[in-house]
Design a binder for this molecule. Structure first.
Ligand code: ZN
Length: 429
């Protein structure tokens, strides 16, 4: 099965117009071969009453945190991490991470996500899981050295570098890597100064949390008398290809720095609202020329991995933050979830056109919630949910056909995740 024709639907073009067209994708080359009147393929996917659009990108998550979905809610970030999340994560075993990542990928494929940016632990398991499920991911071991002795800290930094070096470009290029100090406050200046050059030498980008809450920004400013991103820049942590999560509390100089350096921001609106972190200045970032992508963050602070939800949240909170209903418009959030995400993660998806990567989803427009259709892009941003996704393809390979997963056994995945989650909580006491 090398070619697939997606027939009978409408197509979202790169200029955000929609017209009736079929799409031929090539599973051998992983690209879109033709859009319009296309020749027959080896397999046909029905797209009647559907819209063919680029796959969505979840550019910042901690996939295996699905195991902690609903475990602890309604607390401030710092207390939530210290009292609930970190103690439980300390009891994680590799098989937990595999089970949680498989569950996350089942959810993501079913809701139209074709690539994700992951930062977590036991990333050898994650690389294997991504390879088997058929998704694309830029993965990184999340490094936290605060509170560790010198030797444990060194091991953690080395693990981050080892993961970045050993998996980049595997799974036919579907798995890429990053070097990921968890944040500017959880890894020391000396450690960053020693290891960022090693990541640069390995040719992998940086992925880290930054400027998420005031409680994180204020101590850096008080201690160093400079903004967090000026500090990051002094350590060579802002370059083309790097991406940081959140960017909620940024001043004008920091936005200018991000634009100058070509570093993307992954906006995580649901997580920012749930943890009351604040409202990221998304329209101002876009106006400054910063690349903005969307992320769900981990399932424990969201609590789902549905990028359609994230588009709607981004549009809503973006307007509120700007005090302007014209800010962060429908077309803008659709671009953030597609082109913006691919740019942040360094993948060549995000466009339905000949020669582009065949990361494609078909969204049903026949639900009552989606009727009538005055404007397809409006529905993608404001009305659709992940459950409207009918087909998902990555590199031309069908991962979801008529709402049924082809590479993951959903019942087995759910059962294993539920049982590992129960064991994990027991072990953590
Ligand atoms: Zn995060």
């Amino acid at each position: 099965m090398t070619t697939v024709v997606i027939r009978g639907g409408r197509v979202l073009r790169p200029d955000m117009t929609v017209d009736r067209a079929d799409v031929l994708v090539d599973g051998e080359t992983g690209t879109i071969r033709a859009v319009g009147d296309v020749p027959a393929g080896d397999e046909v996917l029905d797209a009647t009453e559907g819209l063919v659009m680029p796959g969505l990108v979840n550019a910042h998550t901690h996939a295996a945190m699905t195991l902690l979905r609903g475990y602890a809610d309604d607390k401030p970030l710092d207390r939530w991490l210290r009292e609930d999340i970190w103690p439980t994560e300390a009891a994680l075993e590799p098989a937990d991470v595999r089970a949680g990542t498989d569950l996350a990928m089942a959810e993501m494929i079913r809701s139209g996500t074709t690539a994700f940016g992951d930062m977590y632990f036991y990333m050898n398991e994650v690389a294997e899981a991504v390879e088997a499920a058929g998704l694309k991911a830029r993965i990184a071991h999340g490094i936290v050295t605060v509170g560790k002795d010198a030797s444990a800290a060194q091991d953690d930094l080395e693990e981050g570098l080892y993961i970045a070096k050993s998996h980049d470009g595997t799974a036919d290029g579907r798995v890429r890597t990053a070097f990921a100090p968890h944040s500017l406050t959880t890894v020391s200046e000396e450690q960053l100064a020693a290891f960022v050059p090693k990541a640069r030498a390995a040719g992998v980008p940086l992925h880290f949390h930054a400027n998420e809450t005031r409680d994180e920004v204020d101590p850096i400013v008080a201690e160093r008398d400079e903004r967090p991103l000026a500090y990051a820049d002094s350590l060579d942590m802002l370059s083309q290809g790097d991406f940081l999560a959140h960017g909620v509390h940024l001043d004008e100089t920091e936005m200018g720095l991000l634009a100058d350096r070509g570093t993307s921001v992954v906006h995580c609106p649901a997580s920012n609202m749930k943890l009351a972190s604040g409202m990221a200045p998304v329209q101002r970032l876009l106006d400054a020329g910063v690349g903005v992508a969307l992320g769900t963050d981990g399932a424990a602070s969201n609590n789902d991995l549905d990028v359609f939800d994230e588009m709607r949240d981004a549009a809503m909170i973006g307007k509120l933050a700007a005090g302007d209903p014209a800010a962060v418009a429908a077309e803008t959030v659709v671009r953030m979830a597609t082109e913006g995400g691919n740019r942040a993660l360094g993948f060549d998806g995000g466009r339905i056109e000949e020669g582009a990567a065949a990361d494609v989803v078909v969204v049903d427009f026949d639900a009552p919630r989606m009727t009538p259709v005055h404007d397809y892009v409006s529905h993608l941003a404001y009305a659709a949910t992940g459950s409207d996704v009918r087909h998902t393809l990555v590199d031309g390979r069908v991962l979801l056909r008529d709402r049924k997963l082809t590479t993951l056994d959903l019942d087995a995945v759910r059962e294993r995740a539920a049982s590992r989650a129960a064991d994990l909580v027991d072990r953590a006491g």
